[in-house]
Design a binder for this molecule. Structure first.
Ligand SMILES: N[C@@H](CCC(=O)N[C@@H](CS)C(=O)NCC(=O)O)C(=O)O
Length: 206
């Protein structure tokens, strides 16, 4: 059994969708926290950053295993179920690269945009403009890719789509115009958003 600790944000949605797509048995602990809450020592032992999500797999090889960082969790689950990472080398490399774009480019851009726009108490307009431009740079690249291929890895739906979907479906809606100017992303959002596992995963972490 896998236990997942999550807060209702895009990162939690990514892991919930992975679990739903793979059909792995799990229990979700939806954490309610407020800004400034300090993680307990027990939680820090599972996730050294004290952030969410984290999973604990009680049936891992060699005994219970905690996995933190959304990208590492997604790869762990895909490896465990042997699905959602393409077998073909070209598609696999593409999946890893676009998963990295989601994890290390678009996610931090949207997290920073959230802080600068909704939480900062001083004038941060120059920094906000920069991070919004960066977000559009990543979205433009994703849009071009989805103009060439059905999914981010190519013809095959993969974990890269799962790591990207919640960002585009929720976080990016905070940008002026949302995804209205990205026609290939709009096509893909409709396609991915219809998957029953995606609908359930989004609900679990919303
Ligand atoms: N790099 C981490 C980021 C995790 C993260 O920032 N989680 C947020 C929610 S999306 C969180 O736990 N925020 C609470 C905090 O920073 O204390 C990952 O990919 O899992």
């Amino acid at each position: 059994m896998i236990e997942v600790y999550l807060v209702p944000t895009a990162n939690g949605q990514k892991v919930a969708i992975m679990l739903e797509e793979l059909g792995l048995p799990y229990v979700a602990h939806r954490i309610v926290r407020t800004v400034g809450d300090t993680p307990s020592a027990a939680y820090l032992a599972l996730n050294p950053m004290g952030k969410y999500p984290t999973i604990v797999d009680s049936e891992a090889e060699g005994g219970p295993l905690a996995v933190f960082e959304t990208l590492a969790i997604a790869l762990y689950l895909a490896e465990k179920a042997q699905r959602l990472v393409p077998a073909d080398i070209k598609a696999r490399v593409a999946a890893h690269a676009w998963a990295a774009v989601a994890a290390s480019d678009l996610t931090p851009a949207m997290a920073t945009q959230y802080f600068l726009t909704l939480r900062a108490t001083t004038d941060v307009s120059e920094a906000t403009a920069w991070v919004v431009d960066e977000a559009h740079r990543f979205l433009s690249a994703i849009d071009r890719r989805l103009g060439e291929e059905q999914f981010l890895a190519g013809a095959e739906y993969s974990y890269a789509d799962i790591l990207t979907y919640p960002l585009v479906a929720t976080s990016v809606q905070r940008l002026e115009g949302g995804i209205s100017t990205y026609k290939n992303i709009r096509r893909w959002v409709e396609l991915v958003g219809m998957r029953p596992a995606v609908v359930r995963g989004m609900e679990i972490a919303s």
